[in-house]
Design a protein around this ligand. Structure first.
Ligand code: NDP
Length: 434
């Protein structure tokens, strides 16, 4: 069974699944419409819907067009080719619940560099204008919504007919299988990892590509890029650069090592990341706010600091695990708990839990700088509208839920050792508060 199936009750699973399936697609379209056509004002969109009802909503839902499909297909094929062809060192992932150790090729940073230089090069040499992407954004999101749903159905069928490893299987409930996924490491052939593609090379990469697109669109509209847009774009690019710099580390996290490839994670990365995660930049295209050099620099530095702390938390945990605890944490030998657990195949293994450094402040301290960084790349939008802050609010809810899911999973994995960790480090996310 996928671990995710055990951490929420069936009722919560059904409720969250139904709301994701029914509410998220229209929300993506409404968010795009509000940002691009309603001045970022929820009130304006609400008034439109009040006056025009369901038909009005159907009218604003863009139909996926040929150009939208073409843009998505070219981008996906380009990213898939980079993932397969670019050289990279061999990296072993963590031991899976069934005792397997997946192998990856770490070429994310190269793919990121090639993607951005190609995109900017196409623009610079007049071969492809990124503003076309912005001008067809609604159609692209619409195509992604439907295309990704079909993709998830295919993943489900693959999980039944041709699983790639023993880390797969059915819970006996088709809806839960579809939602949480059947395979942990689905692959095409031996080397093409589907989750690396959906989460990293399609989802995270689209974040950087769209951030650049929004800046270019504002430049086309106004002949300059406002300092608010600059701060937003630079912070998002620093964040995504950090992600690809550390991509092999990401393969040790919950998304890859614990969550199976189903609707929850794959649809989220294929649709929700390009639309919702990039939304503060989408808002700024039509709101060229001037912050002034001092304020802009202050926000920029604060945001970079948060991204750095978030990176350092992840780095510290991974360095600690990689060296088997034989490293320095904040200049000292780390304090730790040796935690044993049993894999699904019955083998007994041990893991080390770090209880000093960032991981001694709270059990999920890394979420604090993650949320703060998102706040800092949103705050250049100032406070005229709420919608740009939707991502920060969503991220806060997501990460608080994730902290609970992870705690529950670790408690059932490590038993008394996790209890001991909770005694040593009593706070879940915010030291002294929660
Ligand atoms: P991690 O996977 O990095 O950390 C949780 C795992 O680490 C646990 O499942 C456990 O795994 C292990 N662990 C827990 N406590 C300790 C400890 N004290 N010492 C050593 N190992 C420990 O968490 P996430 O995947 O949630 O986060 C990874 C990064 O991704 C973060 O930077 C986060 O902010 C970011 N993120 C961003 C999101 C976004 O949408 N923007 C969403 C989610 C995450 P094991 O079974 O190996 O013991």
């Amino acid at each position: 069974m996928a671990e995710s199936k055990t951490v929420h009750s069936p009722l919560v699973t059904y409720a969250s699944m139904l709301s994701l399936l029914t509410l998220c697609p229209p929300f993506v379209i409404l968010l795009w419409y509000t940002m691009v056509h309603a001045d970022g004002s929820l009130f304006q969109t609400w008034e439109y819907l009040r006056q025009n009802g369901l038909q009005g909503f159907i009218d604003i839902w863009p139909r996926p067009t040929a150009i939208a499909w073409k843009i998505i297909a070219c981008y996906a094929a380009f990213e898939a080719a980079l993932q397969l062809l670019l050289p990279g060192r061999r990296v072993e992932g963590p031991i899976s619940p069934a005792g397997n150790r997946p192998v990856y090729k770490a070429n994310g940073m190269a793919a990121y560099f090639v993607t951005l230089t190609t995109y900017l090069g196409l623009w610079w040499f007049g071969i492809f204008n990124p503003t076309i992407v912005y001008d067809h954004l609604g159609e692209i999101f619409s195509a992604l919504i439907f295309g990704s749903l079909v993709f998830c159905v295919l993943l489900h069928i693959k999980g039944h007919l041709a699983p790639s490893s023993t880390d797969s299987g059915s819970s006996g409930n088709v809806i839960i299988d579809f939602y949480w996924g059947m395979e942990l490491y689905p692959r095409i052939g031996k080397n093409f990892d589907i989750k690396v593609f959906t989460n990293c090379r399609f989802g995270m990469m689209s974040w950087a590509v769209l951030a650049v697109t929004y800046s270019i669109k504002q430049y086309e509209l106004n002949g300059r890029v406002a300092d608010s847009m600059l701060v937003n774009t630079i912070l998002m690019l620093v964040y995504v650069t950090k992600f690809f710099w550390w991509e092999a580390g990401y393969w040790n996290t919950m998304d890859i090592a614990h969550d199976r490839a189903g609707f929850y994670i794959c649809w989220g990365c294929l649709v929700w990341v390009p639309s919702i995660y990039t939304s503060p930049g989408m808002y700024l295209v039509n709101h060229p706010i001037n912050l002034g050099t001092q304020l802009a620099l202050f926000i920029l530095v604060a945001g970079i600091l948060c991204i750095y702390i978030n990176y350092d938390c992840d780095r510290q945990r991974q360095e600690f695990r990689r060296t088997n605890g034989k490293c320095l944490v904040w200049g000292r030998a780390p304090s730790k708990i040796v935690a044993s657990y049993t894999t699904t195949s019955g083998e007994t293994k041990t893991s080390l839990l770090l209880t000093s450094g960032w991981w001694g402040l709270s059990r999920h301290f890394h979420y604090v700088p993650e949320i703060s960084a998102a706040f800092f790349w949103t705050v250049p939008a100032l406070f005229n509208h709420f919608l740009p802050y939707f991502y920060v609010v969503f991220l806060t809810i997501l990460l608080l839920d994730r902290a609970k899911r992870d705690d529950d999973r670790c408690r059932s994995k490590y038993g008394k050792h996790w209890k001991l960790y909770c005694q040593k480090v009593p706070y879940r996310v915010i030291p002294g508060i929660y």
